[in-house]
Design a protein around this ligand. Structure first.
Ligand SMILES: [Zn+2]
Ligand SMILES: [Zn+2]
Length: 321
């Protein structure tokens, strides 16, 4: 499915085999012909993109540049395949490039992070297996150019700015087109879903993960200062009221902080136990996202001095102060 958003900009909805069901890539029909995000690496995704572009008379081999908002497989999975076909260079934030190319090492660190946060070993193994299996839907990247905050994206008739918005992913970048007040948000801002502050491995220092939710909320404050009239997200419908959406997300996290505090009012808990309170009936593959939510909120509450953490038998237990 393809539709024209405004002159020169087309949205193409591609299927993904996850509960979200689809993601949006954007094709910019200017010089160079540019794709924002690439889709997951499945035949269904590839064929849908090919057919979508054909309806506006464009072949996959005429793509001249691929911009990747972040390294999740639904966004960059088939970037390498498209680049090999067309010769289009790939642009991505260096943190996402590094993450994509060190997934195997990261998974073993992730396993210890999940265990430390109280997840039962069987569930951790299932989660790691699930991520392992999903890897066939994404190629790692060989050659890529790096984009960082403030970098310009030049076209023949327009110029965008890159905005680094870490949180959902450490190297998430959004693209801002000031003349039209349009922001390509990737997964940073979505209409119906609050983006998950995904646990991301940071190999440099303990606790070997990024403070995802803290970074996410700081990135939201950053975006709030921009003059935006249209948000083009990578999942779901376009959004017209950026300020209203951002306020709703802040309120959502405040509410979730209260729920975490309520959960702890009954006694000390691991992040896994808190995630079970937040999301009763979580399926095994959702455990990773559930713990990510719990850890993100616990980290902020701990910074505020409202809770404390103690290690017992290799697991972190949080309690009210
Ligand atoms: Zn994502
Ligand atoms: Zn996504």
């Amino acid at each position: 499915m393809i539709h024209q958003v405004i002159d020169k900009i087309y949205e193409i909805e591609l299927p993904i085999p996850f509960p979200l069901k689809s993601m949006n890539v954007y094709f910019i029909d200017d010089s160079p012909r540019t794709l924002v995000d690439a889709g997951i690496k499945t035949e269904a995704s590839f064929e849908t993109l090919k057919k979508g572009l054909e309806t506006i008379g464009v072949g996959l081999n005429s793509i001249e540049r691929i911009l990747i908002t972040h390294g999740h497989l639904d966004h960059c999975g088939q970037a390498k395949r498209l680049s090999s076909l067309s010769g289009a260079p790939i642009y991505i934030h260096s943190k996402e490039y590094e993450r994509l190319n060190s997934l195997d090492h990261s998974l073993s660190i992730m396993k210890s992070i999940l265990l430390r946060n109280g997840a039962p070993e069987t569930m951790v193994n299932e989660t790691i297996n699930y991520i392992e299996c999903a890897k066939i839907m994404a190629d790692s990247l060989d050659e890529a150019f790096f984009l960082d905050d403030g970098d310009s994206i030049l076209f023949k008739s327009m110029s965008w700015k890159t905005i680094h918005c870490p949180g959902h992913a450490p190297g998430m970048i959004c693209f801002y087109w000031p003349e039209e007040k349009i922001l390509f948000t990737g997964d940073h801002l979505l209409k119906e879903i609050t983006p998950n502050p995904v646990l991301n491995v940071n190999e440099n220092k303990p606790p070997f993960r990024y403070p995802s939710l803290k970074q996410y909320l700081t990135s939201l404050e950053k975006i709030e200062k921009f003059d935006i009239s249209l948000l083009l997200p990578a999942h779901g419908e376009e959004i017209h009221d950026a300020k209203d959406l951002i306020e709703k997300i802040f309120a959502h996290h405040k509410d979730r902080m209260d729920r975490v505090l309520f959960s702890l009012s009954k006694g000390e808990k691991t992040p896994f136990e808190i995630s079970m309170d937040l999301f009763p009936g979580m399926l095994p593959f959702e455990v990773f996202l559930g713990i990510s939510e719990a850890v993100g909120h616990l980290e902020i509450l701990k910074d505020k001095g409202m809770i404390k953490v103690m290690e017992k038998q290799g697991k972190d237990y949080y309690s009210l102060v």
